[in-house]
Design a protein around this ligand. Structure first.
Ligand SMILES: NC(=O)c1ccc[n+]([C@@H]2O[C@H](COP(=O)([O-])OP(=O)(O)OC[C@H]3O[C@@H](n4cnc5c(N)ncnc54)[C@H](OP(=O)(O)O)[C@@H]3O)[C@@H](O)[C@H]2O)c1
Length: 273
């Protein structure tokens, strides 16, 4: 439970809070008594979630619309927070999306926007949040990466690369913060029921794949938050994903390199068919 400091409840900033894993994080943290700052692009969706969480959990919840493909957004979010004297104790770096096309075929502006949100914005937000966390001797940062961080890349895709960068950088940041009261955890879900795949143009993927491969957002978030509270460097959510991770770790690299990218491409194609 959020006991907070003597004179205030603790506050969590959740990026990508309007849907999927981010919305589930916001709901979980509200149930633990955290005040919330929710951000994403869709102001109307954020507002109705904020109203619901405030009514259900008697917390303060504010919304700050921001497009994290804009390099100025992290600074703007923290400017608004500083202006309103809000200190961030928990940061959930969750916002993200996948690219439909490949490095060769996707428009460069879309690739640059993807790199900004997936590889840069969460670092910037963490850098802005950390000084206050360190000063107060309490902080929690959960970085929503993916099981894909440990999987070979499907042809032309940039997704595993950015998620692998998130996992390794997150590990390093955790090391830097050890002993300060600030915890840093990379969260690695596998296939999760959210809007992610419909935005990718494969809305029926869940129907075309075995149910045991999928998790609900609630299960992902409760395991992720538990791991962050224990300052685990990395959490792979769900038994099936843990087994897949082990399988990948012990399969000879050459075999994985030859076969896995083709399998991943087949799965995606099945979703689009
Ligand atoms: N679903 C999966 O199978 C899965 C598996 C492993 C990891 N993940 C990761 O989990 C994270 C959350 O994804 P999800 O599955 O919950 O997907 P989702 O349901 O599509 O939610 C994505 C969230 O990110 C926000 N977002 C997208 N573009 C944004 C932008 N330019 N600026 C600010 N916010 C933006 C969206 O809000 P707005 O549209 O309102 O901006 C939304 O709140 C992602 O980092 C994803 O890579 C997902």
């Amino acid at each position: 439970m959020n006991e907070g400091t003597k004179d205030r409840r603790r506050t969590a900033l959740v990026t990508g809070a309007s849907a999927g894993i981010g919305e589930a994080f916001a709901t979980h943290l509200a149930s633990q008594g955290f005040d919330l700052v929710l951000t994403s692009r869709r102001l109307d969706v954020l507002r109705s979630l904020a109203e619901k969480l405030q009514a259900e959990h008697h917390i303060d919840c504010r919304v700050i619309p921001a497009d994290l493909t804009d390099p100025e957004s992290p600074r703007r979010v923290f400017y608004e927070l500083a202006r309103d004297e809000i200190e961030i104790d928990v940061l959930i770096n969750n916002a993200g999306f996948g690219l439909q096309k490949t490095l060769l075929t996707q428009d460069w502006r879309e690739i640059a926007a993807f790199m900004e949100i997936m590889a840069v914005s969460w670092l910037h937000l963490s850098k802005l949040a950390l000084p206050g966390m360190l000063e107060r001797g309490y902080g929690r940062i959960a970085n929503v990466a993916s099981l894909a961080a440990f999987a070979p890349e499907s042809p032309g895709s940039l997704y595993s690369g950015v998620k692998a960068q998130m996992v390794t950088t997150s590990r390093g940041l955790r090391q830097e913060c050890l002993g300060t009261g600030v915890h840093v955890t990379a969260v690695c879900p596998g296939y999760t029921h959210t809007e992610f795949h419909s935005r990718l143009g494969i809305p029926d993927l869940a129907k075309k794949m075995p149910r045991w491969m999928w998790q609900d957002t609630g299960a992902v978030v409760s395991e992720a938050w538990h791991a962050c509270e224990r300052n685990r460097p990395v959490v792979i959510t769900g038994k099936v994903n843990k087994m897949l991770r082990l399988l990948l770790a012990f399969t000879p690299a050459g075999l994985v390199e030859r076969n896995m990218p083709k399998s991943i491409s087949k799965i995606r194609a099945r979703g689009r068919a």
